[in-house]
Design a protein around this ligand. Sequence first.
Ligand code: PAF
Length: 283
Amino acid sequence: MQLVSSLEQLRQQVKQWRQHGLMIGFVPTMGNLHAGHLSLVEKAKQYADKVIVSIFVNPLQFNEQSDLDAYPRTQEKDAAQLVETACDIVFMPDAKTVYPEGMAKQSKIIVSEIGDRLCGAHRPGHFDGVATVVTKLFNMVMPDIAVFGEKDYQQLLLIKKLVDDLNMPIKIIGSQTHREQNGLAMSSRNQYLSEAEKTTAGEIYHTLVDIKHSLENGRNDFTTLCEQAKQNIEQKGFDIDYIEICREIDLMPAQSSDKVLRILMAAQLGPARLIDNVTCHLA
Ligand code: PAF
């Protein structure tokens, strides 16, 4: 496994692989890797001959400077974990490589509609920052396929739309959410939680699954269902940004005739903003 920080070195290696007709897989990350990230690498390897993982904490997608400053940077530990996987290159560019003229002068990518709802409504500019950095990383790595976790389901759809809208020849693959034993979706932000909070945080998944079961049992009063769930979970100490039942295909609010749904939640628990979602296919 090679550690690469220069764009020139990355491009040289990718060019060589391409000359040999090899397929390139890509997993963009912000580091602080956990088992969920490692599973994305293995997924990429199922589709590609070579796998590149990027680690870059992207300032453009953070709303608060304090959140950016606190974000865990664990590059040595991350690299040690990746050695054990199918990763061929860890690309760790610095901010100057990604934003040579600084962020203010950077051209931005705006993915319309899908970026404005749910997390986009609560974190203004966040998805423009994600779309911009992912576009730049795609242009640096030039992968054939790229893998993103379903925990960030809105991000996954946004990137699929970005690739379609801008005619990028990259196949975007979603990968199932990895969970702790109590159902808590794995996330770098979980480490902000105390042990007691981690136990409580499992309630997010259980609430989503309860809503799913209610839908499967025929309830279609979506607003009441979400409102009741919100009241229940708020009593356990969460501050809810949203609980919504959406159409899985585009995350627009679900109608009672829709059959393929995603139930999504974002909530603050103590120091961590947590997100999760589950799919629901009705007969
Ligand atoms: O999901 C993430 O870790 C980030 O949003 C991504 C896709 C690496 C872009 O910075």
